[in-house]
Ligand binder design. Sequence first.
Ligand SMILES: *Cc1c(COP(=O)(O)O)cnc(C)c1O
Length: 381
Amino acid sequence: MEDDGKVKAGVNTDMSNEKILVTRASMPPYEEYIEAIRPLWESHWITNMGQYHRELEKKLKEYLDVPELSLMVNGHMALEMAIQAFDFPEGAEVITTPFTFISTTHAIVRNHLQPVFCDVKASDGTIDESKIEELITEKTVAILPVHVYGNICNVEEIQRIADKYSLKVIYDAAHAFGVKYRGRGIGNYGDASVFSFHATKVFNTIEGGAVTFSEHRLYERLYNLKNFGIRGEELVVSIGANAKMNEFAAIMGLCNLKRVSTIMDERKELWQQYQDRLSNIAGIKLFYSHSEINKNYSYLPIIVDEGYELSRDELYRKLREHNIYSRKYFYPLTLDQMCYKNKFKQDNLKVARNLANQVLVLPLYSELSINDVDKICSQIG
Ligand SMILES: *Cc1c(COP(=O)(O)O)cnc(C)c1O
């Protein structure tokens, strides 16, 4: 079956001399997309909340099993708009994690808010809920945790803390497309969740993103934020940005959405093979998988600890020599990046620092074959 996948994708079956990258954007068959965009040449309606924008919003709402959803031009703007929608006072504090893509921290800072970094758990890389309360001050307004690699935060405990201190909860769910917890779409937790549909994510609209939420009032607010606050030909009601998804992207999403379950099934097989091959290698650890979660098999992070024969960086280089391009997601921690160096408190981030120094994300995408996975694993142990 892995060979079928390759013939379909037009990829050489012999991968020995080809680079294996950490991911590969999934694309619908060329003809399918071309047929699907044809009507745009009749209507000339190629952006501004057209038919396909509205249709994708509706379909994603169903797929993600959420009451409300607003489509955005990308995940980062979705995150910025989601934060802005709550009108927090300037300089207020948001408790978040540094073990994430830089976008999470940027979105807080670009909203003129102060990120306060909480450590994560070694078991799955998500925010350590037992350390949140000690970071709360009079200025705290929100918690912004990340479902990193599609591993789900302790949503119940986070909600309990938020309720106790009247804080908002905004999840960065960029990695968690289609993940369900106890049978419920992950976008139902907190006050809002943000998804990314970037080319490298498990479901893509080339570039794209969405905010999910339950309070209907937020739909209007986000609509205004993503479309200049324009509500009529001569009427601007609020100060908005431009963060709309265009019709070409929405159609890509509609095409990819049809195949996303199949893609996840294909990923699951590869993911399982990795688990089987890697689970007994000294010094290689895999993250804990919660049994009540329907995973999306979006990433394959491994922890290379002291018990392994090579350091994380040595393994990274060794794989590269064999044309296998793993990635150190997420090293360095966001607050250690040049633009943030020494700007924020660094206390008690030992687990996050350790993870950042030991984590390696291995290639995982539906067109990879079981043979490729075996080849990658053979280089590891
Ligand atoms: C990808 C990603 C984003 C940003 O999404 P884009 O669609 O690339 O703008 C935000 N947070 C995390 C954790 C991500 O991985």
